[in-house]
Design a protein around this ligand. Structure first.
Ligand SMILES: Nc1ncnc2c1ncn2[C@@H]1O[C@H](COP(=O)(O)OP(=O)(O)OP(=O)(O)O)[C@@H](O)[C@H]1O
Ligand SMILES: CC(=O)N[C@H]1[C@@H]2OC[C@@H](O2)[C@@H](O)[C@@H]1O[C@H](C)C(=O)O
Length: 404
């Protein structure tokens, strides 16, 4: 047996593993790095987040990725070069984080890397007959494995599509294993660039559970800020949007996308919800002369509406519901307030808090998810979520890269 395979076998037989989960989201703010100690697998999984940090990307990273990100037409040369460059850059950040966490690379069993999504294209969106769901994450795992000297699992989304899924969201796997409760109806809400949720009713079993994207979280707000305020990446503490008023006509126009009529589970991205989408909506709503503050206030309310409407649809028949929120959107006070107002009017039985209440740092959740997915691929001795019973394909996700 090759020593690499022996090592994998050894890692998978251990009671606990140290896995570093990596997430680089659509916001391009930085690489989320979670050092997790994971015990067991499947519904017996225990995950301790030993440490977490986001290392901000350098301006070069943002500019290089933005040149191709979510664009239907672009340079194949750039995609090719960035695939290697991002892998190497992420490896450098992982080495730095391990050092900052006070560990050595030899202490870490596995790195689980999401990579950088550069295009997401479910068939409902591309609408090319006879072509499958598709998604592309770059930052090849081989570079991470070689430059960190740690076995790396990466590219988790392709297998999901191969087995009949849409490639996203994958969060159901982690949310179900970590947070399903028999006593509490839960919705796990993540507000990143795109907002998604996992529906976890206390009764009814795993067949009722699903994850779905639900619309823009921060992505259009961030894009608007970056194009109108060259020195700002986002509307820090909602300063700009708090100074504006919501334009109801524009809000209704923004909310008329066909995406909102599709049933759960569904997926989307900045390929749809972007500045071109906003400009078109402004034209149709005859709202092209709004101040930046009014546009931002409307975009913020649009995100709050997408998020609340989905939660209300799912929660209205439940006698009680707890919503646990994660992702960068929790730091936007106006967005959180607008969600709360909409929910308290239409779903008074729902309570809302962050995943901190479940002892999970809300900024770390997505990175932890990929550590959990790698753990399942390596260690689950049965398929925890049998595909006949669930809304998600039950498969081992990710590809393995060896250090040498
Ligand atoms: N203080 C703040 N005020 C307002 N918004 C904030 C603040 N801090 C973070 N955000 C928002 O959170 C975003 C980052 O969120 P997050 O890191 O969850 O995104 P991501 O991981 O890239 O998203 P995705 O879920 O698409 O992968 C920022 O771009 C910004 O819009
Ligand atoms: C294609 C892609 O990268 N999608 C991300 C993105 O960020 C949030 C939302 O859109 C979600 O669908 C997904 O990530 C999370 C981690 C998921 O797959 O569950």
């Amino acid at each position: 047996m090759h020593p690499h395979i022996e090592k994998l076998h050894y890692i998978s037989k251990q009671h606990t593993r140290l896995i570093i989960g990596l997430m680089s989201g659509t916001s391009l703010d930085g690489l989320d790095i979670a050092l997790c100690k994971i015990n067991g697998s499947g519904t017996n999984t225990q995950c301790d987040v030993i440490d977490f940090k986001t290392i901000d990307y350098c301006e070069d990273y943002r500019q290089h990725v933005k040149a191709i990100f979510a664009k239907p037409i672009g340079s194949i040369e750039q995609v090719c070069i960035l695939n290697a460059w991002i892998g190497r850059y992420h490896a450098k950040l992982v080495n730095q984080a391990i050092h900052d966490f006070g560990y050595q690379n030899t202490d870490i069993d596995v790195v689980a890397s999401h990579g950088q999504t550069i295009y997401h294209s479910p068939s409902e969106q591309h609408q090319y007959a006879n072509f499958p769901n598709a998604t592309l994450q770059i930052g090849d795992g081989d570079h991470i494995a070689v430059l960190t000297n740690i076995i790396t699992l990466s590219d988790f989304r392709q297998k999901h599509i191969a087995a009949g899924g849409q490639g996203a969201p994958l969060v159901m796997y982690g949310d179900y294993l970590m947070f399903h409760s028999q006593d509490e109806n839960r919705i796990m809400l993540n507000i990143g660039g795109i907002a998604n949720l996992t529906y976890l009713p206390s009764k009814g079993g795993v067949s009722e559970v699903f994850s779905s994207d639900i619309g823009p979280g921060n992505t259009i707000m961030d894009a608007f800020m970056q194009s109108h305020y060259s020195d700002l990446h986002y509307d820090t503490d909602a300063t700009i949007s708090s100074a504006g008023s919501v334009h109801q006509g524009l809000l209704m126009q923004l909310a008329s996308s066909i995406f909102f009529m599709q049933s759960f589970p569904k997926t989307t991205g900045p390929e749809v919800f972007n500045l071109a989408y906003l400009l078109e909506a402004q034209k149709l709503a005859e709202a092209t002369d709004l101040s930046n503050e009014d546009v931002m206030a409307t975009l913020c309310d649009f995100s709050a509406k997408c998020i609340s409407d989905s939660i209300i649809t799912l929660g209205k028949t439940l006698p009680h519901l707890m919503i646990y929120v994660s992702g960068g959107g929790i730091h936007n006070p106006l967005l959180m307030k607008r969600i709360q107002i909409r929910l308290s009017n239409q779903l008074p039985q729902a309570k809302i808090g962050t995943t901190e209440l479940l002892s999970l740092n809300p900024d770390a959740k997505e990175a932890v998810l990929f550590a959990l997915l790698a753990n399942e691929t390596l260690c689950a001795n049965t398929q925890t979520l049998s595909s006949q019973e669930t809304n998600m394909p039950s498969v081992s996700l990710g590809k393995v890269s060896f250090p040498d």
